[in-house]
Design a protein around this ligand. Structure first.
Ligand SMILES: C[S@@+](CC[C@H](N)C(=O)[O-])C[C@H]1O[C@@H](n2cnc3c(N)ncnc32)[C@H](O)[C@@H]1O
Length: 195
């Protein structure tokens, strides 16, 4: 499959036109409960394709000081900075996930993977592998639903994701999510993936 890439303009237009059906307006329950039990506030955390980044605001309020957010579109980042003036300015990155060069202890997945064309999934797994520190983990949610085939969100299944991530990681836990928000109930998987 030839790689397909949705560009910055595609995403910015969606924000301008308020076509942001993915935006749930707050941190999702599964991630909130995951964050609540994290003891190590020093973790260096990346939220790629963060959009309005409710997870980052929540983590910041919990006392996590090493949270980085990244999006290819400037619009939600500007909005985030306006709403969260106390969040470190330098931790707000406008750029392409695939070009980021750094390492993190934790990468959070919340409707970013499904925004990428399926032809970019191998690249996503390879990039996550490069960005994760030795004991680092990718944690978050993936859709357990086929969804669309020509525009985001693109879905998939537990088997598909397991087969993809097992090629790159030894520790691959993918389970049906038990505490999804109502509209996503029964259609989400909770993932924990590490080297
Ligand atoms: C479906 S939205 C999800 C936003 C947010 N995670 C949420 O759940 O509300 C996907 C986001 O990924 C961003 N994005 C798409 N491709 C990207 C890339 N290659 N690098 C960084 N961000 C990207 C888009 O601009 C958009 O904000």
């Amino acid at each position: 499959m030839a790689p397909v890439h949705f560009e910055e303009d595609y995403w910015s237009n969606r924000y301008v036109n308020h076509q942001t059906q993915w935006d749930i307006g707050s941190v999702s329950t599964p991630l909130k409960e995951y964050f609540d039990q994290l003891a190590n506030k020093e973790l260096k955390i990346l939220i790629p394709g963060c959009g309005n980044a409710y997870e980052a605001a929540y983590l910041h309020d919990l006392g996590f000081k090493n949270v980085y957010i990244l999006d290819i579109s400037l619009l939600p980042l500007e909005e985030f900075k306006r709403k969260n003036p106390e969040f470190p300015y330098k931790h707000v990155i406008h750029g392409d996930f695939f070009l980021l060069d750094d390492t993190f202890d934790l990468i959070i997945e919340q409707t970013f993977f499904c925004a990428l064309h399926p032809s970019e999934r191998i690249k996503y797994a390879e990039k996550v592998k490069k960005l994760l520190s030795l004991n680092g983990k990718l944690v978050g949610l993936l859709f357990d639903d086929p969804l669309n085939d020509n525009h985001p969100p693109f879905g998939g299944s537990l088997e598909e994701y397991k087969s993809l991530f097992s090629k790159y990681f030894k520790n691959v836990s993918i389970e049906p999510c038990y505490n999804s928000i109502k509209p996503r109930d029964g259609r989400e998987l909770f993932i924990r993936i590490g080297h």
